[in-house]
Design a protein. Structure first.
Length: 310
């Protein structure tokens, strides 16, 4: 079977490759180049390179001859939903039939389909397309207050629910942008497990094609399957790694100005996978003392939806 594999992954669902290379000379005079920061007692020159978006999943076809098996590898520390479909096929049958959707647990692999020729006497070929979205579509957000995710008092909410500038899409409709000085500590608004981390992108601007997927961020998976996104972080500021469980108030990193951004701020949203699509959900925000924080654009309906009370 001649198998042609074509992957098309969902924009914005990726991570990145290293944005820095460290050059140092060891005790034997050997020069090393690495993307891992050496120990503090080793002097290293830092070479900046452009970090590139990397897929959060990988699709592999195993087997030979007429039979093949499609396996999806999830590279992040939380569930991912994938959709697999043919872009072309000739003399191929799939089990189960395509298109199909499947949820792959964090940092694991799952076989999702097998392929075989319908007529053993004829050549066969296929081309596949896969999309991937973080999160499990069975998640149901619970009634939880989120604690203000920045430290100190020098903050304001510049853009709230349904903001005209960049909060019109489903994934950010109920996001907030908190204006703070660059370098302000960013704190976990709710306990959970660190699902994704990116802190090696540099630069910002209003070119959506160039900067839209290049905001440093932390994604945290909550116990109810919802996910909090903390975005536009300062390069090299993130203090947590995927798989770590954090409590409310845990120091995640520092606010910055990376990606599609006009200035230093923290973009914060609570999202669910609504079925192969990220969807922001309304939430209630309180300060460190437990007082309700007013969010621009929030209505009585959205406050009721966030609290589970209409």
């Amino acid at each position: 079977m001649r198998a042609a594999l074509a992957l098309a992954l969902l924009l914005g669902a990726g991570g990145a490759l290293a944005g820095k290379v460290y050059k140092y000379v060891d005790a034997d005079g050997i020069v090393h180049y690495t993307d891992r920061k050496p120990a503090d007692d080793i002097h290293a020159d830092v070479i900046s390179v452009r970090a590139e978006v990397q897929d959060i999943v990988a699709l592999r076809l195993d087997g030979d001859g007429a039979r093949r098996r499609a396996t999806v590898a999830n590279r992040i520390a939380g569930p991912v939903e994938v959709e697999l479909a043919f872009t072309s096929r000739d003399n191929i049958v799939a089990a189960p039939p395509l298109p199909l959707r499947a949820v792959v647990p964090g940092e694991s692999e799952r076989g999702v389909a097998t392929f075989d020729s319908a007529d053993k006497r004829r050549p066969a070929s296929l081309a596949l397309q896969m999309r991937a979205v973080p999160g499990d579509p069975s998640a149901r957000p619970q009634d939880v207050d989120y604690v203000l995710p920045v430290a100190g008092t020098g903050w304001r909410i510049d853009q709230g629910f349904g903001g005209d500038f960049s909060h019109g899409e489903c994934a950010s409709r109920y996001a907030i942008d908190i204006a703070v000085d660059e370098g302000t500590p960013v704190l976990a608004a709710r306990a959970g497990v660190v699902m994704q981390v990116e802190d090696e992108f540099e630069g910002a601007g209003l070119d959506l094609e160039k900067f839209g997927a290049r905001a440093n961020h932390v994604r945290i998976l909550h116990d109810d399957g919802s996910m909090a996104v903390y975005a536009h972080l300062q390069p090299d500021s993130v203090l947590v790694r995927p798989g770590r469980r954090v409590a409310v108030g845990h120091h995640l990193g520092a606010s910055g100005n990376t990606g599609y951004s006009t200035g230093p701020h923290l973009h914060f949203a609570v999202q669910v996978n609504a079925g192969m699509a990220l969807e922001a959900v309304p939430f209630l925000l309180v300060d460190a003392a437990g007082a309700l924080v007013e969010i621009p654009g929030a209505t009585r309906e959205t406050r009721g939806e966030a609290s589970g009370r209409k």
